[in-house]
Design a protein around this ligand. Structure first.
Ligand code: NAD
Length: 247
């Protein structure tokens, strides 16, 4: 089990990132809860500290390279080293392709794709500089391997994340850094919005006919950060309740 490590979690103010922060803290790691939702990040950190864990918060816009670099430096200044990053913050923006103007396209690419490159680049550079071994986990999606209407930008971003996990793993193995991904199905988090009819329709796409709870993804993320997952490298693990396996 990963323990006594320092792990940055982006998108740690909510949903999958928050649940991963709780589980990775329970496993004995110090957590940097990074998000642009400062209030939510503070709530996650306070809950960790209330359970006797170690947490700090950092306000970041993951679509900005210099902010991700500052986040990595903050983790090391605060906890002395860096052993992992969960590149997880993300957004959705559903629009038909014929309305997918450059601004809509770039918004999702910047937040969901470029952020993962920044996290891998600045995170791995710092880990190598420190001689620290560790793991980088990236949140992809089922839509990183299958197309969905209205998701041209999101499909492109998440497919890139799947490939960055492979490519990153290949280049960083010699430094003792594993890079892996997680591909959630539809998870019951605020990113899905409030439309209950839509959520019901999405539920039916899973083998158990319901949305997946975020802690189910978080427990896989915790495993991927652990020593038990030492032989998983470059892969993206689907946590999709069969979404990709049936029609
Ligand atoms: P969520 O909305 O609960 O959490 C996303 C978090 O990311 C929020 O706290 C938000 O403030 C943060 N964030 C968004 N843009 C940011 C930015 N530019 N800088 C810093 N923080 C930012 O949603 P979630 O479901 O927990 O999403 C986490 C990841 O899981 C995302 O990458 C999402 O694409 C992916 N995912 C979610 C689902 C799902 O159905 N919920 C399915 C597949 C993949």
């Amino acid at each position: 089990m990963a323990e006594n490590n320092v792990i940055i979690i982006t998108g740690g103010a909510s949903g999958i990132g928050r649940e991963a922060a709780y589980l990775l803290s329970e496993a004995g790691n110090a957590i940097v809860v990074a998000d642009f939702n400062e209030e939510g990040a503070k709530e996650t950190a306070a809950n960790i500290e209330a359970q006797g864990g170690k947490a700090a918060t950092f306000k970041v816009d993951v679509s900005k390279a210099e902010e991700v670099e500052a986040m990595v430096n903050f983790a090391v200044e605060t906890f002395g080293t860096l052993n992992g990053i969960f590149n997880n913050a993300g957004i959705g923006l559903v629009k038909p392709l014929l309305e997918m103007d450059p601004a809509s396209y770039h918004k999702v690419i910047d937040v969901d794709q470029h952020s993962v490159y920044y996290g891998i680049y600045y995170g791995a550079k710092k880990m190598v500089e420190l001689g620290a071994k560790g793991t980088i986990v990236n949140t992809a999606s089922i839509y990183g391997s299958m197309a969905a209407k209205g998701s041209f930008n999101y499909n492109a971003a998440k497919a890139a994340v799947v490939m960055m996990s492979k490519s990153g793993a290949l280049e960083l193995a010699e430094h003792g850094i594993r890079v892996v991904g997680v591909a959630p199905g539809f998870i019951d988090t605020p990113i899905l919005g409030e439309d209950e009819e839509m959520k019901k329709a999405l539920s039916a796409l899973h083998m158990h006919n319901k949305l997946i709870q975020p802690e189910k993804v978080a427990s896989v993320v915790k495993f991927l950060f652990s020593e038990e997952a030492a032989a998983i490298n470059g892969s993206t693990v689907a946590v999709d309740d069969g979404f990709l396996s049936f029609k």
